[in-house]
Design a protein around this ligand. Structure first.
Ligand SMILES: [Zn+2]
Ligand SMILES: [Zn+2]
Length: 147
C-alpha cells in the first residue's frame, strides 16, 4: 500500500482520481464526489491529519461539504480498512491511508508525527501462546528542528 500511495502522489489529478475510484469500488463503497475528496486528501497528505483539519481543507475545495460527511466518510474508510485511525492519546485522533506496518515518532515540542520504519520486532517470550494482531511502536521526543 505504501508504494501505491507514493505512486499515486506522483500522478496528475485525473489519473489519480480514477484509481481512487477503483479503491472505493474494490471495497464495495459507493463512489461519491465527497468520498473521493476525503480519500484523495489522505493519499496526498501522509502527515497524519486530524478529522478537523481534513474538514477545514476540504471545505475550501468544496464549500458544501459538511463536517458530518467528512466524519462519516472517515469512519466508513476505517471500517473497510482502507485508512487507519491512530490514537496517540492526543486531543484528536489521526488518520492515514493504510500502508505496511510502521512505527511513529511524535515530537513533543511541535507535535509533528513522522513515520518510522520498524523491522524485526522481537516478541516477548511470555506472548508465545498468544495470537498478536498488531504491534504499535511510538517514539516520543524532540525533533531536530525543535531541539
Ligand atoms: Zn518538533
Ligand atoms: Zn504513519
Amino acid at each position: 500500500m505504501e508504494n501505491l500511495a507514493k505512486n499515486l502522489r506522483t500522478q496528475e489529478y485525473g489519473h489519480r482520481i480514477s484509481q481512487v475510484k477503483e479503491i472505493l469500488n474494490n471495497h464495495g463503497i459507493r463512489v461519491s464526489h465527497q468520498r473521493l475528496l476525503v480519500l484523495d486528501y489522505l493519499i496526498m497528505h501522509p502527515d497524519h491529519p486530524t478529522a478537523d483539519s481534513i474538514y477545514k481543507d476540504l471545505k475550501i475545495l468544496d464549500p458544501v461539504i459538511s463536517q458530518a460527511t467528512v466524519y462519516n466518510t472517515l469512519n466508513l474508510l476505517v471500517e473497510k480498512k482502507i485508512i487507519k485511525e491512530l490514537d496517540f492519546n492526543m486531543t484528536s485522533k489521526r488518520y492515514e491511508f493504510k500502508k505496511s506496518n510502521h512505527g511513529h515518532f511524535i515530537c513533543e515540542s511541535c507535535g509533528k508525527i513522522e513515520d518510522v520504519d520498524v523491522v524485526n520486532i522481537e516478541y516477548p517470550k511470555s506472548l508465545d501462546d498468544y495470537d498478536i494482531d498488531s504491534v504499535e511502536v511510538i517514539f516520543r521526543g524532540v525533533c531536530p528542528e525543535c531541539r
